[in-house]
Write a protein of this length. Structure first.
Length: 514
């Protein structure tokens, strides 16, 4: 505020400035709320579109081609996680710390985008495409797999740059808009193309081309918006004349950012490696059936994942204040809510998962044991995964990284041992073991460091009650006739009615044990 000599005029000026500041605060708060709502709406639309298009793709191309498409997708996703080189996280932190130094931010953002593009082109030529050749000839020996994966890998540089641009949108409090431009646009394009193009040409190649199209259109749209709206704030830097200085700066940044990339890769691998290893040891049909079940089982984590988004800042604040009781209350409250909601979805997926052939098509056949084991692994993750914040948000991120790395070792080792013997069931057991190992380690460290367990024995009651309730609903509907989509839907609805009292009257489950 400008300095004035104290007078009647200056007094009115000060009051006017304060009056202007108050609406600005409300405007910023309204924008922040709208941004959050936009992000949530985009995520919900993505979940709906993913479910609908997944079922349509499976029915159109059959179980084996569906399995091949998932192998390509998971491989592409793993590489896309590494492709930004951790710069999307590094720039987010750098932007927050250095925001006052506008010129440095402008130069760093633009320069590192160029560096990332150059490195990704080099990786594509020297590593990614040779990797495609090796796995296509020695691991995934399916017709045209090399072409399918090669086409997908060509857009990895675009996916990396899209992730880096996300750091700008997040730092400018435009995450909702970024969600709309990325997952919103991609989901809409995917839905439209699956409904139209895939029905005319139901092949795995069409699915891969749809994946490429949705990413490409989203990237172009984001670039256009960035150029029109945000580039004025974050313009492209001038050329760096001193090559040695530029290389030194790039090396300095990448030496830090690659650790972020490693952490992100390890976390993502826990949800992707199982399908890739199943494809290496089993058939495309097994991969297709397992991937379909896994996609449905991830719904167990849908509500808990959304509810846990605010836990990180809460944990950081409580730890900063030394409020251990508040920290304990955060996790106990979350565990109660997560067990109630995730327990309901767990019961539905675990019991009715073997009926999903009615939805995905006759070429699919689902095993009850596999459905139950996959759902159980996701249930463990839904309830205990936010414990990672208790470590990463309190300066113990290396412990969290070590735990996740240990989980990957358990997952890979158990998959290599069990899949050749038990096929899909062995893969599902491996996922459950990995999630259990990670969350037991987290719980033990949290107890040793902070002195509390995140859950009580009462939190196990909703998932335990879910299976008998689902079985009871199915038993009552069975006399109506053979298993059809209608009778299965009726059984699911009856199961929801049986479970409803736990959701609307959970007070006995909320009392703390003495």
């Amino acid at each position: 505020m400008p300095v004035h000599i104290f007078s009647g005029t200056s007094l009115f000026t000060d009051v006017a400035d304060h009056t202007k500041a108050i609406p600005q605060k409300f405007v910023r708060a309204a924008h922040a709320k709208a941004d959050v709502l936009l992000a949530v709406a985009a995520q919900i639309f993505q979940q709906i579109a993913t479910f609908v298009t997944g079922v349509m793709i499976a029915r159109a191309i059959g179980v084996e081609q569906y399995g091949i498409s998932n192998l390509v997708r998971n491989t592409f996703t793993m590489i896309s996680i590494v492709a930004p080189l951790g710069l999307e996280i590094w720039l987010l932190r750098f932007y927050g710390v250095q925001r006052a130094q506008g010129r440095e931010i402008q130069e760093t953002l633009g320069f590192m985008r160029v560096v990332c593009l150059v490195i990704n082109i080099g990786l594509l030529v020297c590593i990614f495409l040779p990797y495609d050749y090796v796995v296509s000839h020695f691991v995934y020996k399916y017709p045209d797999f090399m072409v399918l994966l090669g086409l997908s890998l060509l857009v990895v540089p675009a996916a990396a740059d899209l992730s880096i641009l996300g750091s700008v949108y997040k730092s400018e409090s435009r995450f909702g808009l970024y969600s709309l431009l990325t997952i919103g646009v991609q989901s809409l394009v995917r839905l439209l193309l699956v409904v139209t193009v895939l029905q005319l040409s139901p092949t795995v190649l069409t699915v891969i081309l749809i994946n490429i199209a949705q990413l490409g259109l989203s990237y172009v749209g984001t670039l256009v918006h960035f150029g029109l709206r945000l580039r004025a704030k974050i313009p492209t830097p001038p050329a760096i004349e001193d090559v040695a200085r530029g290389a030194g700066r790039a090396f300095e940044v990448l030496s830090v950012s690659v650790w972020f990339a490693g952490s992100t890769l390890v976390y993502g691998a826990l949800r992707l490696v199982d399908v890739l290893l199943l494809g290496a040891f089993s058939t495309a049909k097994a991969v297709g059936e397992y991937s379909a079940l896994s996609a449905i089982a991830q719904l167990v984590q849908l509500y808990p994942l959304a509810a846990s988004q605010s836990i990180g800042p809460q944990v950081a604040t409580a730890h900063e204040r030394g409020d251990m009781e508040g920290l304990r209350a955060i996790y106990r409250r979350y565990a109660r809510q997560a067990s109630l909601v995730a327990g309901f979805v767990f019961g539905g997926v675990a019991y009715f998962g073997s009926h999903l052939d009615l939805l995905f098509g006759k070429s699919f056949a689902f095993q009850p044991a596999v459905a139950g084991l996959i759902a159980f692994g996701h249930l463990l993750s839904a309830i205990f995964a936010p414990l990672g914040f208790c470590l990463s948000m309190t300066g113990r991120h290396r412990l969290e990284f070590g735990i996740l790395l240990g989980g990957i070792v358990v997952l890979v080792a158990s998959c290599c041992l069990l899949i050749p013997i038990y096929d899909q069931a062995g893969c599902a057991v491996s996922v459950a073991l990995a999630f259990a190992a990670v969350n037991v380690a987290r719980s033990g460290l949290v107890f040793r460091i902070f002195g509390f367990f995140p859950a009580t024995w009462r939190d196990a009651l909703p998932p335990l009650a879910a299976l008998p309730l689902a079985a009871g609903a199915d038993f009552l509907v069975r006399p109506l006739g053979e298993r059809t989509l209608v009778t299965t839907g009726l059984a699911c609805a009856l199961y929801a009615v049986f479970y409803l009292p736990l959701l609307i009257w959970p007070k006995p489950l909320q009392r703390e044990p003495s």
